[in-house]
Design a protein around this ligand. Structure first.
Ligand code: PHE
Length: 349
């Protein structure tokens, strides 16, 4: 009996020692742990269902009933001290992670967001305006939705005129259309201003047309010059100078006789096809030439609509396709590419 009691005594001591030893080791580890997943490992190792402290506490059942509370108290105190240390460690680790963020090097260059740029059509339109701007032409702007009067009537294209068949028109109503060309701007400018006049008018135009060389919306730049003594030579000189500045002095070009109701005489200007170099391809319809503009000496009939005296004044006008000019400048063989918004295409310019 006395032997048993001594044995119990030493069991109690040994167990207490074991618990205190465990507390010391656990606290050491908890105080130095640096990341949350390792902390969780420690929690499981000491306090988990199969943890070290838990298994010691299970041995309490082997002790004499009067000894259980003595050891139990120590075990419980250690348990709460470990839980507290665990909590502190968790806070310490979490707050340590933030200073790491604050340690950002603010002197490093920022990340640059991707930058856009102007559409190739807009770029070339700007270039055209610049070239004519240097020759003294002023840039004007007008509506896409246009009166029949400006789009046809005042340009000497009366209602029954066969020339209306040349243009597949989008009608808004009987008297309102999407402009089929920028020529209505000629009339709009002339009815507000007396000569001398020299303007260009870039903008969108609309025709019911769609294939490799046509889209239902495209861009033109209109040009108009009116003064005393303006000749066909001025027209040729102005447009030749434009082609030289836009495409280079060696560029092949030709004026072809043509017809427009609002100019007389009329011409079309072709540029050597840059896609095939003139041997003939799909883009130039196997002619080796690409038409970039229509032009001519303004018909006296048009002057009558705006109250100019054709006996005093003369002048020329032209209408240029910006897509055509851009295609020739950059060697693009499909007009539809301008309107697909494929970044791989657009970002090349
Ligand atoms: N408006 C004509 C067209 O779109 C071009 C043109 C403009 C012709 C000015 C002569 C004078 O085809």
């Amino acid at each position: 009996m006395s032997m048993d009691s001594r044995a119990d005594q030493s069991d109690v001591h040994a167990l207490q020692e074991q618990i205190l030893e465990l507390e010391k080791r656990a606290l050491d580890e908890l105080n130095s742990v640096r990341d949350l997943s390792r902390l969780e490992d420690l929690r499981i190792a000491y306090l988990g269902k199969k943890g070290l402290l838990t298994s010691i506490m299970k041995q309490l059942g082997n002790l004499a009933p009067e000894e259980r509370p003595i050891v139990g108290r120590v075990a419980n105190r250690v348990k709460s001290s470990l839980l507290e240390a665990l909590e502190k460690a968790k806070e310490r680790i979490s707050s340590a992670e933030e200073p790491e963020l604050e340690a950002l090097d603010v002197t490093l260059p920022g990340r640059e967001p991707p930058r856009g740029h102007l559409h190739p059509i807009t770029q070339v339109q700007g270039e055209i305006c610049k070239i004519f701007g240097r020759m003294g032409f002023r840039v004007v702007d007008g509506p896409d939705v246009e009166l029949d009067y400006y789009n046809f009537e005042a340009l000497n294209i009366p209602k029954d005129h066969p020339a209306r068949d040349m243009q597949d028109t989008f009608y808004i109503s009987e008297n309102i259309v999407l402009r089929t060309h920028t020529s209505p701007m000629e009339v709009r400018v002339m009815e507000k201003q007396t000569p001398p006049v020299s303007i260009i008018a870039p903008g969108k135009v609309y025709r019911r047309d769609s294939d490799v060389s046509h889209t239902p919306m495209f861009h033109q730049v209109e040009g108009l010059l009116v003064d005393k003594g303006v000749t066909f030579g001025d027209l040729k000189g102005t447009l030749t100078s434009f082609v030289h500045q836009m495409f280079g002095r060696e560029t092949g070009m030709r004026f072809r006789p043509s017809f427009f109701p609002f100019t007389e005489p009329s011409v079309e200007l072709d540029i050597r096809c840059v896609i095939c170099g003139g041997t003939g391809c799909r883009t130039c319809s196997f002619t080796g030439w690409i038409e970039i503009l229509g032009a001519g000496m303004t018909d006296p009939e048009v002057y009558r609509f705006v109250g100019y005296d054709p006996e005093i004044y003369s002048g020329f006008a032209f209408g240029m396709g910006i897509e055509r000019v851009t295609m020739l400048k950059h060697g693009i063989d499909d007009i539809q590419l301008f309107f697909k918004n494929d970044m791989r295409f657009s970002m090349q310019f």
